[in-house]
Design a binder for this molecule. Structure first.
Ligand SMILES: [Zn+2]
Length: 365
């Protein structure tokens, strides 16, 4: 029954503008705990506000350390995960074992979970920092596993989570949202796939302004109807895309890092480098590259329906696509080590502060 409601709501709401999604999210973040909890029972209905549930209780428990005492480890398990999330973590461990990655430590975190994939896998996310505070200066969203056959990024996100757990000083006052496996159906299968269970490339399904005009047309002409790049029948048709859009509208990140493989480059979409915001974003791009051994920066073209286009170009959120060298699952430790300081820097870099600095430097010249 709830599935039918969910599908109907998705059909109705997919026609709505993104503006209404933003409004919903804003309202929800201001709601009190009781109201937020009530939303849980409707969790399968497509409404952006659903992605905000589960936040409040977790946070209340998290802020237990006195400010002047630095904890040795960030507390990541504050309540029991739901049976669905436990099952998801078991599955994650199974697949980690398959790739000889050891334990995922998925069970060590209290996950947020509202939306499921087509095959019923949770699309889970975790938040480092105090999300009770509504006015965050520096929010970073990190997404991995958008393409399930690019498996190294998934381990990469988990490595980052364990790193932050053990090094809470990196987190500071910042808010870090991590979605380590955006498209679980593609990864949780014998042979992982780029597209989701319904055969859609999530990174072509974002509702960019030109989607209706170009997505299908370009897919046919430029990609020869390559099944691996099918953009979907309409924009925002997939649970994974809805999840991504909602999470961005809800947390309003200052920057997004989307981890892929294997193009071996760092790509940027966002405010133009000639704008003041763009200057700060460019500075971070160069610094990330430098801290990762002068990793190649490439201005990769953006696509109809891609995250970079939707969030970066159309919403002016600096969006960094980190393409790891390849999907060789034996190299995951090397990749994380390579980008560790770059990631720490990116998390801590408050782009708006940097912008002020740039301005003052200009004035002094
Ligand atoms: Zn990819």
């Amino acid at each position: 029954m709830t599935k039918i409601v969910s599908v109907l709501m998705a059909m109705i709401l997919s026609a709505c503008s993104n503006v209404s999604i933003i409004n919903n999210d804003t309202q929800v973040r201001k709601e009190n705990k009781t109201e937020a909890k009530e939303v849980v029972s409707e969790s399968t209905v497509y409404e952006s506000k659903n992605e905000s549930i589960g936040d409040t209780k977790t946070q209340q428990d998290k802020v237990i350390n006195e400010k002047d005492i630095l904890p040795k480890e960030y507390i990541t398990k504050t309540e029991e995960n739901s049976p669905a999330v436990k099952e998801y973590c078991d599955k994650t461990n199974e697949y980690f074992a398959k790739y000889n990655w050891g334990k995922s430590h998925c069970h060590d975190f209290t996950w947020h979970h509202v939306r499921d994939s087509y095959w019923g896998n949770p699309i889970a996310w975790y938040v480092f920092g105090n999300e009770e505070e509504t006015e965050h200066q520096n929010v970073t969203l990190i997404m991995c596993g958008v393409h399930g056959d690019e498996i190294t990024p998934i381990k990469f996100c988990y490595d980052l989570m364990m790193d932050l757990k053990s090094n809470p000083q990196i987190i500071g006052d910042n808010l870090i949202i991590i979605a380590p496996l955006v498209t679980p159906d593609s990864f949780f299968r014998k042979k992982p796939t780029r597209t989701n269970a319904r055969g859609v490339d999530i990174n072509r399904n974002f509702p960019t302004q030109d989607w209706a005009k170009n997505a299908i047309k370009l897919w046919k002409t430029r990609y020869g109807s390559d099944k691996r790049r099918f953009p979907g029948k309409y924009a925002l048709s997939e649970q994974e895309t809805i999840f991504s859009v909602n999470i961005i509208n809800l947390y309003k990140p200052q920057k997004i890092i989307s981890v892929h493989a294997p193009l071996t480059l760092l790509d940027y979409d966002g405010p133009s480098f000639s704008q003041s915001e763009g200057k700060a974003a460019k500075q971070l791009l160069v610094q990330m590259s430098n801290k990762a051994g002068k990793y190649k920066i490439s201005n990769y073209p953006f696509f109809t329906g891609s995250l970079g286009n939707w969030a970066g170009n159309e919403r002016n959120i600096p969006t960094y696509t980190l393409e790891l060298p390849n999907s060789d699952w034996n190299k995951t430790d090397t990749y994380y080590k390579m980008f560790r300081t770059a990631l720490h820097h990116a998390i801590q870099d408050n782009l708006s502060y940097s912008e002020k600095e740039t301005k003052s430097q200009t004035l002094n010249q």
